[in-house]
Design a protein around this ligand. Structure first.
Ligand SMILES: [Zn+2]
Length: 965
């Protein structure tokens, strides 16, 4: 349902984009046709028109100078001429749909950024600028993140009512010149503004969660666009800003007047963006071409002015603005989520919508959905978890570009980091509509072709790839030094671990390492010489197995070989992902197996042993519910003696051919070769013992055979005395009769044939014939039953063999809950290495199946826990639906950390879950994300909804995200 809806929305969007694209194609065609210089002018006109397509008030306004526009035209022309049109088409559709979804804002900038970001660093200057109250900015930003600022004193001299003229004079010694009463503003790029806004939001949420301030009374930010023309006045060495009434909405122009009117108090602007400086530089470089004394070229600067209450600063005019915005906010009322596209109409009626969106924005900050582009929910789920990872978000909202490593051959030229950062910013823009992450997906597919196309993938795989890719793109290490790993040599663990970590950091140093990487201690012990080797390897996430997961009930027939006990049907419960060892363990308990006994589990098919399960590590998933299994309860044997199978055969009419032939029936019985090795007597004795429990016990049968067969008569009489003496009786009987009544037996009772590749009759007083069997097959004695014998024994009992599991209507398999700590224990427990990854023991000088033990050593700030729900065995792929019980507010890993010192915390709180619903191949991914202190949201593609905390623990939990407390 959800997916379908998403798809329709997608289509609508594509339609919307089509009309835009056509316009672009026109542009493209024109340029391609004319191919002359003048087309650039045309193009710029078109571009201006294109910008017009976006409703003005909702546009986030960029600093776009004329020189950039020219630059842009040149670039576009160059680009268009060198590209084929279809490729073009693609690019534009991507570019526009992205923009449309990320909402209203920003046309040209991104196109350039995507294409040329790192080749032309100038484009950093194209970031949108925001004018904020300085004190608000100080409170919201960490000191370390603020960076340097240039201070300007603003003097305003308005000669006319229709224009404000501001002179921005740079203060050389910023700290001495500001009075207390001064009104101060900060000029910051978009990322920093978003980050500050997010922090402000987090803080408000936290405050609200503790209940001290009712949210409605919170003052909300009011944001309005302002078009400013800026030029450098070389005469006064100042920047001149012109705000004209006719270029701005009347309301906003009035607000600007209120802010910049410096009659009473001086206005100061701190530029944190570094762009005004660049402005001077750019202009200077052009200067030689201009006649001296002339004013610098005018540049259009479009500002977002952020009118928070702090901006009041005792100015009556601003208070009025504030009042107005608050009134409007209270009117807008309810919180509207981004998930509902209906609410995000590109607005036509300017002011109202803009204020409306900015009011609601602060409340839904970061609650932006991601459109499903066709089975991309796995990606959306992973992105939302990362997009709400503390510090990682701050990093990408800040000036992360300076950390991009363009040279790293293991990286992706910074493109993955840029695409991710761009996407993250879109998700955090206030009031953003659900975003179609097309550009990001495209970049991803470029570097990881496994994620291209539109089929379902694993969100964990994507996370692993993404974290690794981001790490390489952001690796601060430009040249990786090589360090030889020194042997621990009995040095203390702390020292060795520290050395490993230093070596790791010397090669890998990024925000991803800072946040997500921890360290294992891995101990290998050689089983032969007991040599111990300890290493300390980094990890980015924990991949935990799910031990003792879903329970499976299995029904087997236990057949004793003691000649006393009747076969019994036993049902045991075993872990669905368990092994033969688990099954045998459960059976042993269930039938009270003695120490001197053992169980042999075999699958029976068409009255033969089809398969013997021997390897204790054989997986139970390979046994199907409709299989029929027998467990033979046998005496343990000191000397190894091969097994022999008795198969039952009878003459049966072959319908259609009107003749009799031998046909198998009943459950095969099993004994050891040593019990029959002496020939016919042994064979008969052993067989009679084995089938003794199947003897008929009714009076009728007793009487019928009373006179005919001594052996059976005796047995039957004994039978009346009770089971306990029965076996002894037949044993003695067989013994005492051997040699005297053999003839009678062989003719009237059973015939035995030793079956290898050929069939040879076992004859009295002759040694057993030689038998050769096919490899992997047990030697077989075929027993031909006479009619008489068939009537004496309960062949129904001998034939009845239930299936492993008979599904019943409404019978659901039992669910077992397993604690995350149990999963962790299973992950850390000592295990022998598999034969395929043997360890080369430096002491024995040969590969050994060493024992490996993992311990947690260094815990990361962000702990990503992957629950291994998908298992792949030789024959089956399987998803485990186990309910894993994990703590939400206090995951304590103290007992699993081998590290002695407890300086750092080992406790975590959950902040996001990537969920998978449904089976293999298909299925659907969503994410739960913590918001504020105790609120949770369900991110289901473009839909974002609030959920209560007790809803988030489900068997769908797949990847858990914890942060240290
Ligand atoms: Zn060794």
């Amino acid at each position: 349902m959800i997916k379908e809806k998403g798809a329709t929305r997608c289509k609508q969007r594509i339609k919307k984009c089509d009309c835009l694209k056509r316009d672009d194609d026109d542009v493209a065609f024109d340029v391609a046709k004319k191919r002359d210089f003048y087309s650039m002018t045309r193009l710029s006109e078109r571009l201006v028109r294109l910008r017009g397509l976006f409703p003005k008030p909702t546009r986030f306004l960029a600093l776009v100078s004329l020189s950039y526009l020219l630059h842009l035209c040149k670039f576009l022309a160059r680009f268009l001429l060198s590209q084929i049109l279809p490729a073009m088409d693609n690019l534009f559709s991507d570019y526009f749909s992205d923009d449309f979804d990320s909402s209203p804002y920003r046309p040209h900038r991104r196109f350039l950024q995507d294409q040329d970001h790192h080749r032309d660093r100038d484009f950093a200057a194209l970031e949108r600028l925001y004018l904020l109250p300085y004190t608000w900015w100080l409170e919201a930003e960490n000191e370390g993140d603020r960076g340097d600022a240039v201070l300007y004193t603003v003097s305003c001299n308005s000669d006319s009512d229709s224009e404000i003229l501001l002179h921005l004079r740079k203060e050389e010694e910023p700290h001495n010149n500001i009075g207390v009463s001064a009104r101060q503003y900060a000029l910051v790029p978009e990322g920093l503004w978003l980050r500050a806004l997010k922090r402000y939001n987090d803080f408000n949420n936290a405050v609200k969660d503790f209940g001290s301030i009712p949210y409605e009374e919170e003052s909300l930010p009011d944001l309005f666009p302002l078009q400013v023309k800026i030029f450098v006045s070389w005469e006064t060495s100042s920047l001149v800003a012109k705000i004209s009434q006719k270029e701005n909405v009347a309301d906003f122009y009035d607000k600007a007047c209120d802010i910049f009117n410096s009659t009473y108090n001086p206005v100061h602007i701190w530029d944190f963006s570094g762009q005004t400086t660049q402005f001077f530089l750019n202009d200077k470089s052009r200067l030689p071409n201009d006649s001296p004394g002339q004013l610098g070229k005018e540049v259009v600067l479009e500002l977002q002015v952020h009118g928070l209450p702090d901006s009041v600063g005792g100015n009556g005019g601003n208070e009025m603005i504030l009042d107005r915005s608050q009134t409007e906010c209270s009117h807008s009322g309810s919180v509207i989520m981004n998930g509902s596209t209906d609410n995000v109409i590109p607005c036509i009626s300017a002011t109202n919508h803009f204020r409306g969106s900015s009011c609601r924005a602060i409340q839904s900050l970061g609650l932006t959905g991601l459109q499903n582009l066709g089975n991309t929910c796995f990606m959306n789920s992973a992105i939302q978890c990362l997009a709400h990872t503390p510090k990682l978000v701050d990093f990408f909202l800040g000036d992360y570009c300076k950390e991009i490593n363009y040279e790293n051959p293991l990286g992706m030229n910074g493109e993955l980091a840029l695409a991710f950062g761009d996407l993250l910013r879109k998700l955090w823009v206030p009031g953003a509509a659900p975003i179609a992450p097309r550009t990001f997906k495209m970049k991803l597919a470029n570097f990881a072709p496994q994620f291209s196309g539109y089929s379902q993938h694993d969100s964990q795989e994507l996370l692993a790839f993404l974290l690794d890719g981001l790490h390489e793109d952001l690796n601060r290490v430009k040249r990786k030094p090589y360090h030889e790993v020194k042997d621990a040599d009995g040095r203390p663990d702390e020292e060795v671990a520290e050395e490993y970590w230093r070596n790791h950091l010397a090669r890998n140093d990024s925000i991803v390492v800072d946040l997500c990487q921890g360290q294992f201690r891995s101990t290998l012990v050689c089983p032969i010489c007991k040599k111990v080797s300890i290493t300390f390897d980094p990890f980015m996430y924990l991949s935990l197995p799910l031990p003792s997961t879903t329970i499976r009930t299995m029904t087997l027939t236990v057949i004793s070989t003691d000649g006393i006990t009747s076969p019994s049907t036993i049902t045991v419960t075993v872990p669905e992902s368990g092994t033969l060892k688990d099954l045998i363990g459960a059976l042993s308990t269930s039938c009270s197996l003695r120490d001197d006994e053992t169980l042999l589990v075999a699958e029976i098919y068409r009255n033969k042993i089809f398969r013997v399960f021997e390897d204790p590590s054989d997986l139970l998933v390979e046994i199907r519910d409709q299989d029929k299994l027998v467990a033979y309860r046998m005496q343990k044997c000191n000397e190894p003696s091969p097994l022999v199978v008795f198969l039952h055969e009878r003459l049966a009419e072959n319908f259609g051919k009107e003749r009799f032939e031998n046909r198998l029936f009943g459950i095969p019985l099993v004994t050891r070769w040593s019990s029959i090795s002496c020939g016919y007597d042994d064979v008969q004795k052993e067989f009679l013992k084995l089938i003794n429990p199947f003897l008929m016990r009714t009076e009728d049968v007793l009487h019928e055979y009373d006179k005919n067969d001594g052996v059976n008569k005796r047995v039957s009489e004994d039978d009346e005395l009770g089971d306990a003496t029965n076996s002894a009786a037949i044993g003695n009987d067989a013994d005492s009769n051997s040699g005297t009544e053999d003839g009678i037996h062989s003719s009237t009772a059973f015939e035995f044939y030793l079956q290898g590749i050929e069939r040879a009759k076992i004859i009295v007083k002759k040694p057993l014939p030689q038998v050769t069997t096919l490899p992997g097959k047990l030697p077989v004695v075929v027993v031909l039953w006479s009619d008489k014998m068939l009537k004496m024994y309960d062949t129904y009992l001998l034939d009845s063999l239930p299936e492993v599991f008979k599904p019943q209507l409404f019978a659901k398999r039992m669910q077992e809950s397993v604690s995350i700590y149990k999963c962790l224990e299973a992950f850390l427990k000592e295990e022998p290495l598999g034969p395929e990854d043997m360890w080369y023991c430096p002491h024995c000088k040969e590969p050994q199946q060493a024992y490996k033990k993992l311990d947690l050593w260094r815990l990361p700030e962000i702990l990503v826990v992957h629950l291994k729900r998908f298992s792949y065995s030789r024959y089956f792929k399987n998803k485990l639906e186990t309910f894993v019980d994990f703590p939400i507010n206090d995951l304590d890993l103290s007992t699993y950390v081998a590290h002695g010192n407890s300086q750092s915390s080992n406790r975590y709180v959950l902040y996001a879950i990537s969920c998978h619903y449904g089976g293999l191949g298909g299925g659907h991914y969503t994410a739960f994300v913590r918001y504020g202190y105790d609120k949770w949201y369900d991110f289901d593609d473009s839909r974002v909804e609030s959920v209560s905390e007790d809803m988030i623990k489900t068997p769908a939990a797949y990847v858990l995200f914890y942060r240290k407390i």
